[in-house]
Design a protein around this ligand. Structure first.
Ligand SMILES: Nc1ncnc2c1ncn2[C@@H]1O[C@H](COP(=O)(O)OP(=O)(O)OP(=O)(O)O)[C@@H](O)[C@H]1O
Ligand SMILES: [Mg+2]
Length: 287
């Protein structure tokens, strides 16, 4: 199954064009949606999750018109929003049972309870299932968020910046869980962490100011800059020499600026040719 998005546009009442004629095809597997703050990632995800309408364009999941057949889509959909609120003083197992009932999961309450317990085990929260979700750490809460998104075996799983604020261990656990799911369903993951897309996603897109900048695999993305990225470590006092160059990034490494530029030829003999990385591609599209 594929999700085919064509010509999707959305302008908010304030005049912001959050999606500008976006088209892309998303296959089964992990798909990374990369963009800076305000790029339009959440707008796209909420639209695909049937929570808001686009002004124009279409999205089709197989034969299903995602923007028109909302009720049908919701049966196939799991969604973890960027801001995920939980009820106070309600345990994970109670809350998940409640959400399962709302979603119409299981034919009897016995079956529903079994599904809920299996999901809590899958996201590694079984031992703490009777604790209030509001007392969970950020990582536990996100894993609970995935459990609720996985209710009803979705074919399309949409997760909006799910790892913000997670420590590296929790982030890894969360991503292992997602990529397991991604073996059989479409998982769309938004993030501004380039490294996450590189590690996890076989296909990706970069959006900026509502416009699609790139779609393809991370390695194809890197190839687009082959032979054009140059790097140099320099003293802070030398940074003024860079003013006419097309700078991708300036980072401090052990306190010294390391600059990466995008030019067809070495900007000066002090620069070394280097392999483009995904972050270079990201910066080249958002400047
Ligand atoms: N309900 C709204 N009303 C008006 N403008 C909005 C609304 N929601 C989003 N926007 C604007 O639309 C643009 C895209 O926002 P969106 O939340 O989709 O970006 P994002 O890529 O998810 O950003 P972030 O990484 O910060 O979550 C932004 O300029 C934002 O201010
Ligand atoms: Mg967002």
């Amino acid at each position: 199954m594929q999700l085919v998005i064509s010509g999707l546009s959305k302008t908010y009442s304030g005049g912001v064009r959050a999606l500008d004629n976006v088209s892309m095809t998303i296959p089964t597997g992990m798909f990374g949606l990369l963009g800076p703050n305000g790029a339009g990632k959440s707008t796209l995800m909420r639209t695909l999750a049937t929570l808001q309408d686009a002004d124009s364009g279409t999205a089709k999941l197989g034969d299903l018109d995602v923007l028109k057949n909302k009720t049908e889509v919701r049966k196939l959909l799991g969604y973890l929003p960027q801001e995920f609120g939980v009820y106070p003083r309600t345990s994970a197992v109670t809350l998940l049972r409640h959400l399962a009932t709302l979603k119409g999961v299981g034919t009897s309450s016995k079956e529903r309870n079994e599904i809920v317990e299996a999901l809590l085990a899958r996201v590694n929260l079984f031992d703490v299932r009777n604790k209030a979700v509001s007392t969970y750490s950020g990582g536990m809460r996100q894993r609970f968020g995935i459990a609720q998104a996985l209710l009803g075996d979705p074919r399309l799983l949409i997760v909006d910046e799910p790892t913000a604020g997670l420590d590296p261990g929790e982030r890894n656990r969360f991503y292992n869980l997602l990529s397991e799911v991604g073996e059989s369903v479409i998982v769309i993951l938004s993030t501004h962490i380039v490294e996450d897309v590189k590690q996890l996603c076989s296909q990706m897109a970069i959006i900026h100011r509502g416009k699609l900048q790139f779609a393809g695999s991370p390695s194809e993305a890197e190839k687009t800059l082959a032979g054009r990225v140059w790097t140099r470590t320099m003293a802070k006092s030398e940074l003024t020499f860079l003013k006419d160059m097309n700078i991708l990034s300036t980072k401090l490494i052990e306190g010294r600026p390391v600059v990466r530029v995008l030019e067809d030829h070495a900007p000066s003999p002090q620069f070394d040719a280097t392999e483009p990385n995904l972050e270079d591609v990201f910066f080249s599209h958002i400047q």
